[in-house]
Design a binder for this molecule. Structure first.
Ligand SMILES: *Cc1c(COP(=O)(O)O)cnc(C)c1O
Length: 357
């Protein structure tokens, strides 16, 4: 296979061992002679995988006993609606830090009173708003911890006077999280935890059941907690690969060890962006994401953008074009992106500098 460096924003690079085991399982799932894609989700072999996956989430994130983990289809975008269905009785507030946060807010507004407590749209979402006060009469406060498109991140688990709900699609498993600070954490697996097709939701059970309106069965988290995410056919393939990805995280020493690796990768790339006269970072320095690194051509070099993309592509860099709403470049340094990939990108930026500076 061609040697490439994958910086895709999602679906993300996945560990090779997870891919290899998935290929094997598609042919023969655990020696049953049946493909993973045809296995009944009611078999004991499948239930073992499901249980292992749930247990690994709990172990890797030190999830307290009051919480349950569920896996569902529909993507993180459908979770925007689930959150409002399950938690919004009267009023909720959202921190508007970008497109995803905004979409989450919009879904809640369809069901009740929901508003943005603070918003960083004035500077195209290049920073995390600070200094806002969270009223104590809210049903919940919703944050997006990592803003995949703009490369900003809330890196600390905040204290919150009301139930705190976080979309962690793009930074889950990248750093240790104090789960006890949240009523719920959710996200699409495809950014850092597995392939597309499944979401994870980590829910404090006693935070549920406070809404008086009827919740459709499939949209009620209690349905899925009661049935251990098997109320209907689960996305078997996606859960299998997610489980393999979690096993890999564990084999590296867990989330704490992976966090150290992620900090190293991010520091390497940000220091090159700050040093290299051709490039400039777009996110406020104190809010820089360790997962998605966004940058543009520096003033005077704007005309070189397409040339750099082509140059980098020629060196095997995949997926460094910025999101269409922002432009420039974005390198996503999810867990399966290795230090050597980042070194290759930095080398590529240095070579480009020699050609043009
Ligand atoms: C990608 C992303 C989403 C949307 O995920 P889907 O599974 O495609 O719906 C939501 N929130 C964040 C932070 C994301 O990065």
């Amino acid at each position: 296979m061609k040697k490439v460096h994958v910086f895709n924003a999602g679906p993300c690079a996945l560990p090779q061992v997870a891919l290899d085991n998935a290929v094997e399982a598609i042919k023969d799932f655990k020696g049953t002679g049946v493909s993973l894609l045809s296995i009944s989700h009611r078999t004991k072999e499948w239930e073992e995988t499901m249980n292992e996956c749930r247990a690994l989430w709990k172990e890797l994130l030190h999830i307290p006993d009051e919480y349950e983990v569920v896996f569902l289809g529909g993507g993180a975008s459908l979770q925007f609606l689930y959150v409002a269905e399950n938690f919004l009785e009267k009023k909720a507030a959202y921190l508007d830090t970008g497109v995803w946060a905004h979409k989450a807010l919009k879904e809640a507004q369809g069901l009740g009173e929901a508003y943005a407590i603070a918003c960083s749209a004035d500077k195209n979402y290049t920073y995390i708003p600070k200094g806002f006060e969270i009223p104590s009469d809210l049903d919940y406060f919703h944050i997006t911890t990592n803003n995949t498109i703009y490369g900003t991140e809330i890196k600390e688990d905040m204290d919150c006077p009301v139930p705190l709900i976080a979309d962690m699609s793009s930074d889950i498993l990248s750093r240790p999280v104090d789960v006890s600070k949240y009523a719920m954490i959710y996200g699409g697996a495809q950014k850092n935890a597995g392939p597309a097709g499944v979401i994870f939701a980590i829910i404090r059970k006693d935070a549920l059941g406070k809404v008086s309106r009827y919740i459709p069965t499939m949209l009620d988290y209690r349905t899925h907690i009661d049935k251990e995410s098997m109320f209907n056919t689960p996305p078997v393939f996606s859960i299998f690969v997610m489980n393999e990805t979690l096993k890999w995280v564990k084999s590296l020493g867990g989330v704490e060890a992976v966090h150290q690796k992620n900090i190293k990768k991010a520091e390497l790339l940000y220091s090159e962006i700050d040093r290299n006269p051709l490039f400039v970072g777009t996110a406020a320095k104190e809010d820089r994401s360790i997962m998605n690194v966004c940058f543009v051509m520096a003033e005077g070099y704007e005309g070189l953008q397409d040339e750099f993309l082509a140059f980098a592509k020629g060196k095997g860099m995949i997926g460094i074009k910025g999101h269409r709403s922002v432009g420039g470049f974005r390198a996503s340094l999810y867990n399966a992106c290795e230090l050597e990939d980042v070194e290759a990108l930095v080398e590529c930026m240095k070579e480009f500098e020699k050609l043009h500076a």
